[in-house]
Design a protein around this ligand. Structure first.
Ligand code: SF4
Length: 353
């Protein structure tokens, strides 16, 4: 049986099992949204099954204040290295790309290791702006433990997915039955952090891989739980996710970072949802090493509804600026910048049916 036939078979089973009432699931992963939208998976689901995306794009949730700080550091004369997407993320009033156009030394890198290689070749102080969820934080922890040049420091903006999922559960106007949990993040954190969604909130939670068939398989498990009224945590991505996660990566994170309350762009502060460098690493902490004065920041620009898109309250096409004032070539809001942003994905691959 080829993949298309298998997808049709999953689709039929999902439709057969799905109760007549509206069933709602939220996933929190840009890669999931890419597969769902690109391969039209929503068209294979029953009309009464609503699958939305939550805050699963690390670029999108990076607060404007962090971008503003990076811009200030770059304009102050430091070398600023970061991933390509970060250049176009709007800060409060400008972007790193604007700073680069004005002559600031802003370099695009593909990894923290590349940033370190650059730091070794220059005399200037280099700041690496490192954003991401539990998946990218371990590589930053590893390089700091191995040792970095004295002119290197890191401006971290790492966010943790389970606390953001819990925020969604507690939002009054977001009603749903459970989560399709992210495969990448789960390879690091394992299954345990999701247990509370079942035990405390009575929500189905199924960990999913990234192939279209992986996602359909996870949705089938999800619908089966609803149909049988057996709410539980299931791992539908066993080939990559171990129950305990990646113990070495988790230990490295614990040695280098501490968990702190953290701001999510347009969403506000979420308890215990961010990572900051521990005091032992403060000489590599750009926030402590390079002082800058920041004005009041602005996460949400007039007309942009990214904060509502990120919390599964609205879809990109409910934004008046979608495809008009806001495009990947000229992003007005953060969700249009990255390939993991929902507005960008809908623009690239078409809107959900
Ligand atoms: Fe924000 Fe643009 Fe998406 Fe509208 S289309 S929500 S302005 S990113």
């Amino acid at each position: 049986m080829d993949k298309k036939e298998l997808a049709q078979r999953f689709s039929k089973k999902i439709k057969d099992l799905c109760p007549e009432r509206e069933v709602r699931a939220i996933h929190v992963c840009g890669t999931h949204e890419q597969a769902i939208t690109r391969y039209g998976l929503r068209s294979l689901l029953p009309d009464n099954f609503d699958l939305k995306m939550g805050p699963g794009c690390p670029v999108c949730v990076t607060p404007a204040r962090v971008i503003d700080r990076a811009i200030k550091l770059a304009r102050k004369g430091l070398t600023l290295a970061t991933f390509g997407d970060m250049l176009n993320v709007p800060g409060s009033s400008s972007s790193l790309s604007d700073a680069k156009s004005d002559g600031a030394d802003v370099k695009v890198v593909y990894s923290v290791n590349e940033a370190i290689k650059i730091a070794k070749k220059i005399d200037n102080d280099l700041v690496f702006l490192g954003v991401g969820f539990e998946t990218t934080a371990p590589s930053n922890a590893a390089v700091l433990e191995r040792g970095v040049p004295s002119n290197f420091s890191i401006l971290t903006c790492h966010r943790l997915i389970p606390p953001a999922m819990e925020l969604l559960v507690n939002l009054e106007n977001v009603n749903f039955d459970g989560f399709i949990a992210p495969g990448h993040v789960s390879t690091i954190i394992g299954e345990d952090p999701y247990e509370k969604f079942v035990s405390e909130y009575d929500m189905s939670t199924v960990i999913a891989g990234f192939e279209p068939l992986d996602i359909l398989f996870a949705v089938l498990k999800f619908v089966k739980q609803i149909d049988e009224e057996i709410i539980q945590l299931e791992n539908a991505y066993e080939r990559a996710v171990r129950p305990e996660g990646n113990i070495k990566a988790k230990e490295a994170l614990n040695r280098v970072f501490k968990v702190v309350d953290a701001e999510w762009r347009g969403i506000g502060e979420i308890e215990d949802s961010g990572l900051r460098l521990k005091d032992e690493y403060s000489k590599f902490d750009a926030r402590k090493k390079h002082d800058v004065t920041l004005e009041e920041s602005r996460d949400v620009h007039p007309g942009c509804i990214c904060h509502l898109v990120l919390t599964a309250q609205k879809t990109p096409k409910e934004c008046n600026l979608f495809k008009e004032k806001c495009t990947p070539q000229n992003p007005y809001g953060p969700c249009m910048v990255s390939e993991e942003g929902e507005c960008n994905i809908w623009y690239q691959y078409g809107e959900r049916p």
